[in-house]
Design a protein around this ligand. Structure first.
Ligand code: SF4
Length: 408
């Protein structure tokens, strides 16, 4: 039976769910199908998904093509209308084996995915979902409408999932969700993200490397700061959902933090864990953003000493308040995104140069390539050590990755 092909767009949560989709479709006896797990964060992500659907039909004229994910959840009729598409599933149905059979029944929103996977595309680094949905209403974002309210997975499920992946050979676990820092607010006793992470490390002593996905700088809890300072197994790398560097823009985005909060969080992380590296999401060209306001996003990169900058050209999403604000001309959005990316490239090169001469624990992900504890890519000559963690001296950089030599 030919395998099903799962094509994933978007975030780490989607990547995790694609592993569940793969198993659900198999459990339902589906074979030779193409399942496209879409993303709705930008118009570009949707364009790429439609392109992938057309390409899949050309390559597999007889295959069942099933489309799911946030874009399909928000506009099922639009994807159902595509001649290449056989079935459209919403974000809840995509995780259920029944959805890949003929008959299907609707699922209720309160369901949290208690599906356990026992591997992650054969990789030594795996994503683990701990939270789903979002209760915030950032004015540019459609995600809450595609993923529902915030809900957290119980500690037991997270520990079981992590143990299973560690037993399967995963050396690094990345905790993921839609609004990770909202973890626990809906659970008895309201455990915080930091408390959950500390308990997880205690419950799975075999887990050597724990990493966190995007964090809302306004909602990092006290226990998480303590864990960052004290726990070697929590990787010295935080990715902050900053979005902009100007307070008026942040206000119009309905974000919960200010520019000074962002800078304070970056400085606090560095004070608690001097070897930490920081990343951030930044949007270029949000409606009403002037050149002066944009420059505050640009110089936030240096103010926070960011190393890994993910740039999103603003993309109006249907039905969002921001899409009804006065829009900037697309060439201006594109030009500003270009300037942010250039600044990000310079910032990464500076960060990598500052690490030369030091040492770090590298997770070897493929021959000659691995990931440093502080998230940078590390290249090395040694082979035959895939899936292991090796201490390496950092001897050079090409501005995008470091060059490492295993320490004997
Ligand atoms: S926190 Fe804001 S940007 Fe993030 S998913 Fe929720 S609404 Fe969207």
């Amino acid at each position: 039976m030919p395998d099903n092909e799962v094509i994933t767009f978007g975030c780490r949560l989607n990547a995790f769910e694609s592993e569940i989709i793969r198993r659900a479709a198999e459990a339902a006896g589906l074979s030779g199908a193409v399942i496209v797990n879409t993303c709705a964060v930008t118009a570009e992500a949707e364009r790429q998904a439609r392109q992938a659907i057309r390409r899949a039909r050309r390559r597999h004229p007889a295959a069942a093509i099933i489309v799911t994910g946030c874009a399909a959840d928000l506009a099922p009729e639009r994807y159902a209308a595509l001649p290449e598409v056989d079935r459209v599933l919403d974000n809840r149905a995509k995780l259920r084996p029944q959805s890949y059979l003929q008959e299907d029944t609707p699922a209720d929103l309160s369901e949290t995915a208690a599906h356990l996977i026992d591997g992650f595309e054969g990789k030594s680094r795996a994503f683990v979902q701990v939270q789903q949905g979002c209760d915030h209403r950032c004015t540019f974002c459609v995600i809450p409408f595609a993923r529902g309210p915030s809900r957290s997975l119980p500690m037991g499920v997270i520990a079981d999932q992590t143990r299973r992946l560690v037993a399967a050979g995963c050396r690094e676990i990345v905790l993921t969700g839609v609004d990770l820092t909202a973890y626990g607010a809906d659970l008895p006793g309201q455990p915080s993200l930091g408390q959950m992470a500390r308990r997880l490390l205690a419950a799975v002593p075999g887990l050597g490397r724990l990493r966190l996905s995007s964090l809302d700088p306004a909602e990092i809890d006290a226990e998480l700061w303590r864990l960052l300072a004290e726990e070697e197994r929590l990787m010295p790398h935080l990715h902050l959902s900053l979005q902009a560097g100007d307070d008026l823009t942040l206000k119009r985005m309905k974000r919960r933090h200010s520019r000074s909060d962002a800078i304070a969080a970056a400085r606090r992380a560095r004070a608690l864990r001097p070897d930490v590296a920081l990343g951030a999401d930044l949007i270029a060209g949000f409606p009403t953003e002037t050149e002066e306001m944009f420059r505050r996003s640009l110089d936030l990169i240096a103010e926070c000493a960011l190393a890994f900058v993910h740039v999103f050209p603003y993309s109006p999403r249907p039905g969002t308040p921001a899409s009804r604000m006065p829009q900037l001309p697309p060439p201006v959005i594109k030009e500003r995104a270009g300037r942010l990316r250039e600044a990000g490239t310079r910032a990464l090169a500076a960060e990598l140069s500052s690490r030369i001469g030091g040492e770090t624990e590298v997770l070897v992900e493929e021959p000659g390539l691995g990931r440093a504890a502080f998230y940078a890519a590390v290249r090395f000559a040694t082979s035959g050590i895939e899936g292991s963690v090796r201490r390496m001296r950092l001897v050079g950089s090409n501005g995008r990755s470091l060059l490492g030599v295993p320490v004997q």
